[in-house]
Design a protein around this ligand. Structure first.
Ligand SMILES: [Zn+2]
Length: 214
């Protein structure tokens, strides 16, 4: 099992949701708990809703890799990782099960209380590493876990351009400057678009605005 000690000045404030992206649960479990894999995670939720606690959240797991969010870099320092069993885009991406959502709900409720985690800090891997990651992807339904990340957003001006909106969503400035297309695709995944392209249509801009301010 790979892990590091958390530094005292790095508080846990995020939850990062992933999918395993592997052919089956056994392979995912093996990889996430092996020393040789260079990855690890705190929780794994199988398709039938079983929650495996692989690492105590007081330790740092290696799930997010190179990552940034708002002004934070190295999101592993600040986060708890949850993997949902799903073959992913590479091996046959499927809908998540109701048992997975139900267990995820319970787990998030418990972690939010224990670590004082706010709704706005429940993130996707594709948010914190949009240039590299697609998970949990467009089939993950945020409304199933009753989280509204943007409920406290306030409008500060009349017109926002796409860069403003990506910044309000939470992307790190580096990603907006260098990987704008991937940021747009990450937003579309989070809004459960069926077709994930970097195009910016009027409908998308309206949807994105409504996501941020409603
Ligand atoms: Zn991931």
């Amino acid at each position: 099992m790979n892990y590091s000690f958390r530094k005292k000045n790095k508080i846990v404030k995020y939850i990062v949701i992933h999918y395993t992206g592997m052919k089956n649960l056994k392979l995912a479990y093996k990889k996430l708990s092996a020393n040789s894999s260079n990855v690890s995670v705190h929780y794994l939720i199988s398709r039938d809703g079983i929650i495996f606690n692989l690492l105590c959240p007081k330790y740092k797991a290696w799930h997010a890799g190179q990552s940034k969010w708002k002004r934070n870099t190295n999101i592993n320092d600040h986060s708890i990782g949850i993997e949902l069993e799903n073959k992913g885009h590479e091996f046959g991406y499927t809908s998540f099960t109701s048992m997975q959502y139900s267990s995820l709900n319970k787990l998030i409720k418990f972690l939010k209380k224990d670590f004082y985690i706010l709704d706005k800090n429940i993130l996707f891997h594709s948010d914190v590493a949009p240039n590299r990651k697609k998970d949990p992807g467009e089939k993950f339904l945020l409304k199933q876990i009753k989280i509204n990340r943007f409920k406290n957003n306030k409008k500060s001006k009349e017109n926002y351009n796409i860069e403003d909106m990506l910044y309000i969503y939470g992307f790190h400035k580096t990603y907006i400057n260098r990987h704008k297309k991937y940021c747009i695709m990450a937003v579309k995944r989070s809004m459960n678009y069926l077709k994930i392209t970097p195009s910016i249509s009027k409908i998308f801009l309206k949807d994105f605005y409504n996501l941020l301010f409603h």
